[in-house]
Design a protein around this ligand. Sequence first.
Ligand code: ITT
Length: 194
Amino acid sequence: MVLVFATNNDNKVKEVRAMLGNAFEIITLKESGIDIDIPEPHDTLEDNAREKSTVIYNMTGKNCFSEDTGLEIDALNGEPGVLSARYAGEQKEAADNIVKVLTNLQSQPNRKAQFRTVISLRLGEQEHQFEGICEGEILESTTGVKGFGYDPIFKPSGADRSFAQMEMSEKNSYSHRAKAFSKLVAFLKEQQPA
Ligand code: ITT
């Protein structure tokens, strides 16, 4: 089976490809010759994920999936959440977003946070969603240079270092995205005749 991954984020593609067995193949938007900024107009991860997969399904007519991810911080009432990409402005700069989080959490002892991913899978007219959550905490300052986005300030529960200090395989052993994606893989395996 071939699925289009409806994302413009190359880091997401790398992480998902590292988890792919030989159950199916993923084609990126770039590889499909599609160059659009997919809209994220809604106020939930679920609705934005559905929007992205629907836009790409309607353009390509191909089975596809998308995902929307948010960093939900307890002491900020779940912010940045669905606004994670644009938290510090439409320039969507990870460094600016991190500064805004650290500033808003200054002198805040409650550092609890979670990453939440919602995958929207479009198989023809049907849509299926899969959620993955990774609990952890926001560090006092940036630590590590690997990964992307908020990785330098997020330490998952049970780990002794940030996502940005981990190789991709180690991040995938904890991550929100890996959990949601493994549910998608299990679902697709159930669909296929033995
Ligand atoms: P697409 O919509 O094209 O898939 P995007 O980068 O806009 O790509 P999201 O809206 O899902 O993706 O991303 C929300 C923000 O959260 C964005 O700033 C990402 O950098 C960040 N983010 C997503 N997954 C992350 C992860 O695993 N680690 C750190 N930050 C992450």
